[in-house]
Ligand binder design. Sequence first.
Ligand code: FAD
Length: 432
Amino acid sequence: VVNLIWFRRDLRLEDQAALYHALKAEHPVVPVFVLDKAILDDLADNTDKRVAFIYGALEVMQQQLLQLGSSLDVFYGTPAAAFAHWTAKYQVAKVFTNHDYEPYARQRDAAIAQQLREQGISFHMGKDQVILEKNEVLKDNGEPYTVFTPYHKKWQQVLQPAHLQSYACSQYFSKFYQQAPVKIPTPEEIGFKVIPLPFPDREMNIQVIRHYDETRDYPALEGTSRLGVHLRFGTVSIREVMQTALQLNATFAKELVWREFYQMILWHFPAVATHSFRPAYDRIQWRNNETEFERWCQGMTGYPIVDAGMRELNATGYMHNRVRMITASFLTKHLLVDWRWGEAYFAEKLLDYDLAANNGGWQWAAGTGCDAAPYFRVFNPALQTQKFDKQLDYIRKWVPELDGFDYVQPIVSHEAARKRALEVYGRALKEK
Ligand code: FAD
């Protein structure tokens, strides 16, 4: 008899909640992972960097497990087929995993829990991805917060040292089920090509975090942690990162709480995945001009800071936060393209793509979100450049033709676009 630990966005063997509970329970533990066909089939590009990242993370875990005489058991297919396979292969008593707050994941987990229940197998979930989840931070009247500042305040009040304590898994590593290596399907076997790439370091850069509040807004600097992809796939522990943040830099800690805020919003208001948080904003008459959208995607709008951001995204799978705000504001306000188009483009390209944070960021920039920038605030790309890339170092890196004759003319004039945005938004909000 064995128990399974099902890895998803928690790809590490240290300080991992569900793994800890599994190892402490009564049977040997088989570590399993699903290469989920439903998700993989949706990816536009068969060289998607995130698949390479996941393979890298699985490989690290597999090496550790082989040394312990155990092995990951990786299945390519649907989660339902995976569990049918594992429950036939092993005599399973319990399955352990961690909460995932996305609508697709919640449906998947409910279905798997049901499938297992029918076989007499119990399903146990832990909290691993955030410090405080779901209903742990509520208003005094029991409702979820929809505004960040009071949420943040309450979050700090609710926080206890125990929330930050790490799960010491390694003391129980002898509990891993002993078996010969199980072959992991290769990327080629599942229709992908892995191009070896450098990924951001999983170690925290202490100097960067220490000065985060001074440097984080300047895209030309290495002024942010670059931990996004590691937090997304759980190759670092949020408890470890938050501990460091709380010790070294309050602004950095606050950004990590934004991450929890958006996870909490997605949990309580799953409709935000497809609709504006504020329904009136679904009445906006988007122009949705496809040629203009394409120029935005390619970084050819003639607005240097916007183009630099989009080119950075296309080339690297990363874009600096300040520039994410500027490009998102530009698409939704200057070009009046539906925020969902931009959200989908970022989802395709960002290595650190996370539904909750991406949706939150887009709805914030479009002014449609819970705690959003007011709709009449239209970022001025020239002023943003003045403030945050005054020497044009970031822009010149990505738009080298800036000073030549071949740089494209601006796609719209800022003033005309601003007026148009105010009219269109204003009209939508006035209608009944
Ligand atoms: P740091 O500045 O070092 O921050 C540390 C970590 O805190 C980040 O890795 C991230 O996990 C979290 N974080 C920081 N800011 C935010 C925020 N505003 N909202 C939620 N979490 C935050 N972040 C994502 O993780 N995935 C996304 O898909 C994503 N899409 C975005 C789309 C738009 C339009 C905007 C405006 C922001 C988006 N963000 C997203 C938030 C933010 O831009 C990135 O988290 C950050 O740029 C990642 O770089 P970093 O790891 O160096 O972050």
